[in-house]
Ligand binder design. Structure first.
Ligand SMILES: Nc1ncnc2c1ncn2[C@@H]1O[C@H](COP(=O)(O)OP(=O)(O)O)[C@@H](O)[C@H]1O
Ligand SMILES: [Mg+2]
Ligand SMILES: [Zn+2]
Length: 674
């Protein structure tokens, strides 16, 4: 088509060109694309025609560059052209929509990162991408003023979108008549850079965007959006600030699309997935600078891919996201671990329970400090929608967050109704949280609920809870120390997979939807029933169908990592191993390791109490003997005082050794293992 014309073309020309574009532009199949779009718009009584900027560029690049460089003028011409076409035959439609229609542009070539927006963009059309961080309530404003002359002898009236100060007929002052003016909806949102595209751990920047008429309410906090619009400047108290007047807004899916997987990548991923040691290699590549934490890293790996989110026929949604809580003594590396997850997960953000933003973890309605307008502001869980939210020091979260956390973690939505704003926001993310023990250090003889300052309703939303205790152990301390020293000396072996590859691998595996096999279901069922049966009603760890669901999610995640469409018995076993590990650590610290072992093996309660007594005796004697192991006869003697007979004690001592609770440093002497 013709490419000349350009800046100097007279008004009628531009309008004619837009009319021709609507009428003549054909898509790849030779169909008149915009004729059809206009018909559809009229049929649905919609007020907007969306034009793909790429089509315009293809048709006439002078029109396209006009839209970017002089958007006010060109958008008006584009609208006039559309109005002229429509008003030929569609008077009734125009009346229904109040004579007001819009031309909206998507795919605008002038894409600008939010942090680069500046004075050179003022008055231009740009396209930005980000996450809606805040949204105001919807209000009404005048878009066309009805003026009336203040001179009673004149009485001249006129309608205008611009400010008219003086009467064009008599020169006196004009006055706005609010009841005759025309109003439109408008809303202010704040779009923030997406963490995916943030270089390093920079603080995200944001920009205000004004939505009007039918764009209002198209996006809510937490939504990922592409906005096209005109950059404008406004005086705010003593400073000028820029904002965007939106021409169009589109919401995008939450899958991280910044990660492109090429055919070559896919080949490599498929190859790697066949490795029988895949899980170990992936685990070793997670946070390699952090020593140990084998099980925790494995759990994090499963969390990153997640289970399968399923929607039942009645619309009930079963979350696939896996939530993990780390409770541990200070300085064991929890924060470090959380921060390194942000580097390898396809989409993750790090925040602290103390709250780095006023919106906290969930969402809040806040008053704008300049205008006093209420704004709905998204917190970390909403911004992490579709990814992982790493919450450090979750025990320090604010009271308002506590209330909303339950809903957020189970229903994966956050509902809010405050100051005229009613919304339900999506929080479909996994939570990886860390907490310090309530008493400073983890107290093994106190129940878990006393050790963790979180309401049980929140605790039970975690699929796995790990307890990390900082207990001195010479050999282990030495290994940790040399690991840390080696890293500082830059002597470390490179992990099997680099972070970029892991990111791609996880993004690839995440999309799969494996189905449970018969054998896997059998395994999980068996384990679950064993747990249910063994747990006493007064046990502080409730075994509920939640654990069953957790096992399914973990097993599904493992199957995804192997790129399988079936969850195998092996996957189920790995999930059981992890959960068992967690339950044991929790139970051990609850009331001595023996307890959960008895729970697992289903031994009667009285026997269990006798066993506990024997451990207690061994421990006490050890203390009395200044750390020396106690002789069997002495233990038997002490046990008899509690009515435990010799045969039982002898038997128990052997069993406790086999179970790894006691040890026999020399023949006939017993000691507790730490
Ligand atoms: N297992 C570990 N491997 C490597 N470094 C560790 C480990 N445990 C602790 N550290 C180091 O100790 C410091 C404190 O860790 P941090 O993550 O702040 O602990 P926490 O959040 O548990 O209190 C960090 O510099 C961390 O690198
Ligand atoms: Mg910390
Ligand atoms: Zn007048």
């Amino acid at each position: 088509m013709d490419v000349h014309g350009g800046q100097g073309s007279p008004l009628e020309d531009v309008i004619e060109k837009f009319k021709n574009f609507y009428w003549l532009f054909t898509d790849g199949n030779g169909e008149p694309k915009y004729q059809k779009e206009i018909d559809r718009m009229i049929l649905a009584d919609q007020r907007s025609l969306t034009v793909d900027f790429m089509d315009l560029l293809l048709y006439d690049c002078s029109l396209a560059s006009g839209v970017v460089d002089e958007p006010d003028k060109y958008i008006e011409h584009a609208t006039t052209a559309l109005l002229q076409l429509v008003s030929l035959h569609r008077r009734a439609y125009l009346e229904r929509v109040g004579g007001r229609i819009h031309v909206r542009f998507k795919n605008v070539e002038n894409q600008v990162p939010i942090r680069s927006l500046g004075s050179i963009h003022i008055g231009k059309m740009v396209q930005i991408k980000g996450i809606v961080a805040k949204a105001s309530a919807i209000k009404q404003r005048i878009y066309e003023y009805a003026y009336e002359c203040t001179n009673p002898n004149c009485g001249f009236t006129l309608k205008s979108r611009d400010v008219v100060a003086l009467c064009p007929r008599c020169g006196r002052k004009m006055m706005v008549d609010p009841s005759k003016s025309l109003y439109e909806d408008f809303q202010v949102i704040v779009v923030q850079e997406d963490t995916e595209s943030l270089p390093g751990s920079k603080i995200p920047r944001s920009i205000e965007v004004i939505l009007s008429d039918d764009l209002v309410d198209k996006a809510k906090p937490g939504d990922k959006v592409i906005v096209t619009g005109i950059v404008r400047v406004r005086r705010e108290r003593s400073a000028y600030s820029i904002f965007i007047e939106a021409n169009n807004i589109e919401t995008l899916s939450k899958e991280p699309e910044e990660i492109t997987i090429t055919g070559e990548d896919e080949e490599l991923i498929r190859e790697v997935s066949k490795d029988p040691n895949l899980i170990d290699k992936l685990v070793d590549s997670i946070a390699p600078s952090i020593y140990g934490f084998r099980e925790i890293k494995e759990a994090i790996l499963y969390m990153m891919v997640g289970g399968v989110t399923r929607v039942a026929p009645d619309g009930t949604r079963f979350r696939g996201d896996i939530n993990i809580l780390l409770v541990g003594d200070p300085g064991v590396g929890k924060s470090q671990l959380l921060k390194s997850v942000v580097k390898i997960a396809p989409k993750a953000l790090y925040t602290s329970g103390k709250g780095s933003t006023a919106a906290g973890l969930t969402a809040t309605v806040l008053k704008d400090k300049d205008t006093g307008e209420p704004f709905l502001e998204a917190g970390a869980l909403v911004l992490a929608d579709g990814g992982i939210c790493c919450i450090d020091e979750i025990d320090k979260m604010k009271n308002e967050d506590r209330a909303a956390m339950h809903e957020a973690m189970e229903q994966q939505t956050i509902s809010i109704a405050k100051a005229g704003i009613v919304a339900t926001l999506n929080a479909r993310c996994s939570v990886l949280a860390a907490a310090n023990p309530a008493l400073g250090r983890y107290m093994p003889n106190r129940p878990i609920t006393e050790n963790i300052k979180l309401p049980p309703a929140i605790l039970s939303r975690f699929d796995l809870i790990f307890i990390i205790r900082d207990t001195p152990d010479k050999a282990e301390d030495e290994r940790l120390a040399s690991h840390i020293l080696n890293i500082r000396a830059e002597r470390f072996k490179a992990p099997f997979f680099n972070p970029q590859f892991i990111k791609k691998y996880i993004a690839y595996a995440r999309r799969l939807r494996p189905i449970m096999s018969e054998e896997a279901m059998q395994k999980i069922m068996e384990y679950y029933l064993k747990l249910r049966e063994a747990v006493s009603p007064d046990s502080p760890i409730a075994i509920t169908p939640r654990q069953l669901e957790s096992l399914i999610r973990l097993a599904e995640a493992r199957a995804k990592l192997f790129l399988r469409d079936k969850v195998t018995a092996e996957d189920a076993e790995a999930a059981i191993r992890l959960m068992d590990y967690c339950l044991r650590t929790v139970a051990k610290d609850e009331m001595g390791r023996i307890d959960i072992d008895i729970i697992m093996s289903g031994k009667p309660k009285t026997k269990r109490e006798k066993m506990l007594k024997i451990i207690e005796i061994v421990e006490r004697l050890e203390k009395e003997l200044a750390g020396q192991p106690a002789h069997k006869d002495l233990i038997i003697e002490e046990a008899e005082k509690y009515g435990i007979d010799k045969a039982f004690t002898e038997d128990a001592l052997e069993k406790l050794c086999i179970e790894g609770i006691l040890c026999k440093p020399k023949s006939g002497y017993y000691k507790k293992i730490r």
